[in-house]
Design a protein around this ligand. Sequence first.
Ligand code: SAM
Length: 279
Amino acid sequence: MPLTPSETTRLLGELGHHPKKKLGQNFLIDGNIVEKSMEMADLPTGIPVVEIGPGLGTLTRKLLEKGHEVHAVEIDKTLFENLRISLKNYTENKQLTLTQGDAVKLPLASLRQAQEDYAVVANLPYAISSAWLESLLATERLPFRMVLMLQREAIDRMWAQCGTKSYSALSIFLHAAFRHDKSHSVSRRCFHPVPSVDSVLARMDLLSDPFLFPAPDRALIRRIFTQRRKQIGSIARQEDDSKRSEILNWLVDNELEPTLRPEQIEPETWTGLVDRCGN
Ligand code: SAM
């Protein structure tokens, strides 16, 4: 069971810790949501799990009780120290590896990249949700499943459909690699302190044939989307000779008008740009 609101307040008091808004420190206090996270994750026994921002260890404990090997990365020194002491039994038997650091720099915590299948279960801090996903995509060793607690606005932005204002380079990369097939609304009252917006628990499964955009193409598409309101033909003209002709040829091959804006081009069409660029 997670800590109740009063137990959370007492523990934070004992640690002399005031939740930091800029680190998204809104701790889960609802047992049903912890159970729902596990149910949605539906993980095979023993599969390694990466957790971003374990905080007071609510999800961490549940994952450990279920027998998973957990790799967790927490940036906050006080919270990290508390976990190190309170979960000592699990770190000693190596079921839990705790790392103090920034998940954007360590997107897989202590998990080695070469490892077989792994999953991610996390109540993601709002400020790094997009940056962490970008770093994860750059590892090119993607989890077979993720169950992420995200603010509603963040998930709407990530999974934005083509033609909408929120459609972005990150939505293209995610659509190419994952399927977002389950979500569950979570009231802001399930957290302490209560945040100003509601959240969503989202499950994303790796596609059977995920498409991973190579780093130079991710950079190109990100660059293109910084000018999302311009026409793709005029954006192409700002690139060097070789990139310009690759983009223009890609438009011709896909029967796309150069007057289109980047946000009007479907995710799967962008994968053709990679083939064009010969990566
Ligand atoms: N998992 C806990 C829970 O569900 O109650 C806490 C979740 S809280 C929304 C986010 C946690 O991420 C906090 O513990 C915060 O300190 C941590 N955090 C914030 N930024 C981070 C970063 N860049 N790298 C690692 N952890 C981070």
